[in-house]
Write a protein that binds this ligand. Structure first.
Ligand SMILES: Cc1ncc(COP(=O)(O)O)c(C=O)c1O
Length: 485
């Protein structure tokens, strides 16, 4: 027996408890004070450089490591928790989500699906997800790290379901009848990467043009499906988007469902953020047809505001979902009783074996706030964007560059004396100054060759006044930059 056995538990549990209380106090202060903080700030060089040290061989102490976190890391977040963040499509996170993640890490269950309470929590939360999206009770699902992963898994099930051969055994190396997938020019970049990763090859992803509302052009979709069939290819799946990343456009889901039915194609929806409008009584009509999908991917770390990482894939045909990913291994054999009774259902619905207890934050948040609160927040975000739209439409110095179907708004500063190239440069400078001065954090995109300041509102902390400040600041910065030339 060794007297020098060691572990990573604290040497002094009471000291550790104090550290834990202090960490919670500091995080609560941090979150409470966010509105008074800059939306973003550059890190001092000295602190940046301190991240280049070599690996510590001897530890300091838990308290010292925590103190470094407080001094060097906590003051320099990437900005998405802030009330005036609206860049890309990134949620804020929530205080309760933070606590749930701590509890999940504290319990640290292995979420392949071992037989205990955490498994029931994930099963329950997945049922709620299907209910939320209007899908049948026996829908299968899995929580994933993000929209990209959730979408990839949906496309993997599509491949398994629609290839006329055993794709798991044969692979795609030698097939003659190429499998073809359809999306629109506004589909998020995950689709191209997924086609590469799943072995389709990105040249078999047909990128269909969009109409003036940035929705998939359905005539072109049909023509391309027909042409591919005539050419001896095998169309297998259409990817529709509910809430495109650039402008928030929603494809005509019912019409795409009909086309898929007609041609026996898998109907996958990327609803990364837009699918969540399904929970709003006021706006759910915008995603009519969503419930007709074969598979649906969406993020809870976007428009359900939960801390990263959490997304969900739902698959209508539970048997097909399992058939795509199931496996057997002697060291993971299912038992009739005990810790592995019922097998490892979550490992057999995706490609990860070891998974964390992400489901806890979903379960706790829905228990604590109820679906109605999330629905009201989504409605609030849409109202805020419509308010910003009115401010922009009323200004002679600002111009929208696309419709505003949902919660995304693209706009720019204008001046009739400037050409398109100069306007692009000016608006890029305005955006960078907004960020660097810590005023607000929108991002950008290019629409019809125009550089646009892009606001994607999935922010539960945002106030109407934050959007007034944004519009005023873009006008003021545009004026200042022009005057300085
Ligand atoms: C429409 C859409 N699909 C997919 C994704 C990718 O999701 P994630 O970043 O969670 O992987 C995004 C991200 O913004 C998105 O807007």
């Amino acid at each position: 027996m060794s007297k020098n056995e060691i572990s990573l538990d604290p040497e002094n549990w009471e000291k550790f408890r104090k550290l834990g209380h202090k960490a919670i106090d500091d995080m609560v202060d941090h979150l409470k004070d966010l509105p008074n903080q800059p939306a973003w700030q550059e890190m001092p060089e000295k602190i940046k450089n301190s991240f280049n040290s070599s690996i510590p061989l001897k530890g300091e102490s838990e308290e010292d490591a925590y103190q470094e976190f407080v001094e060097k890391i906590l003051p320099y977040p990437s900005g998405n928790s802030h009330p005036r963040f609206s860049g890309w499509v990134q949620g804020n996170g929530t205080p309760l989500g933070m606590l749930s993640d701590m509890l999940a890490s504290g319990m640290n269950p292995h979420m392949a699906g071992f037989n205990q309470a955490p498994k029931l929590v994930e099963e329950q939360a997945l049922k709620w997800m299907a209910e939320m999206m209007g899908m049948p009770d026996d829908t299968s699902g899995l929580f994933a790290s993000g929209g990209t992963m959730a979408n990839i898994m949906g496309l993997a099930v599509a491949r398994h379901a629609k290839a006329d051969f055993d794709v798991r055994t044969e692979g795609l190396q030698e097939i003659e009848e190429k499998l073809v997938i359809y999306c629109s020019s506004q589909t998020h970049s995950w689709a191209k990467r997924a086609c590469e990763f799943l072995g389709f090859g990105n040249k078999w992803l047909r990128v269909v043009a969009v109409n003036k509302k940035f929705q998939m052009n359905l005539e072109e979709l049909q023509e391309r499906i027909e042409a591919d069939k005539k050419a001896g290819l095998k169309p297998i799946c259409v990817i529709a988007t509910a809430g495109t990343v650039n402008t928030g456009a929603i494809d005509d889901l019912n019409a795409i469902a009909d086309i898929c039915k007609k041609h026996d194609l898998w109907f996958h929806i990327d609803g990364a953020f837009g699918a969540l409008v399904k929970i709003s009584k006021v706006h759910k009509h915008l995603v009519n047809g969503l419930e007709r999908c074969d598979s649906l991917a969406f993020d809870l770390h976007k428009w359900m505001y939960l801390p990263f990482e959490i997304a969900c894939i739902l698959v209508r045909d539970a048997k097909m979902h399992k058939a795509c990913f199931d496996f057997s291994a002697s060291y993971l054999a299912k038992a009739e009783r005990g810790a592995i009774a019922g097998g490892l259902p979550f490992a057999e619905r995706g490609i990860e074996l070891t998974r964390g207890f992400k489901a806890l934050k979903v379960w706790m948040s829905l228990k604590a706030y109820g679906l109605e609160k999330f629905s009201k927040l989504i409605e609030q975000n849409i109202e805020q964007i419509r308010y910003l739209k009115d401010l922009i439409d009323a200004s002679v110095k600002l111009e929208r560059v696309a419709d505003v179907p949902l919660n995304v708004l693209c706009f720019r500063y204008i001046d009739s004396f400037l050409g398109e190239q100069e306007l692009n440069e000016l608006n890029e400078e305005i955006l960078l100054q907004l960020q660097e001065k810590g005023i607000a954090l929108p991002s950008s995109t290019i629409i019809d060759g125009k550089f646009a300041i892009r606001v994607a509102n999935v922010n539960h902390r945002a106030k109407f006044s934050d959007f007034e400040l944004l519009a005023e600041s873009v006008e003021r910065l545009g004026d200042e930059i022009l005057q300085a030339i």
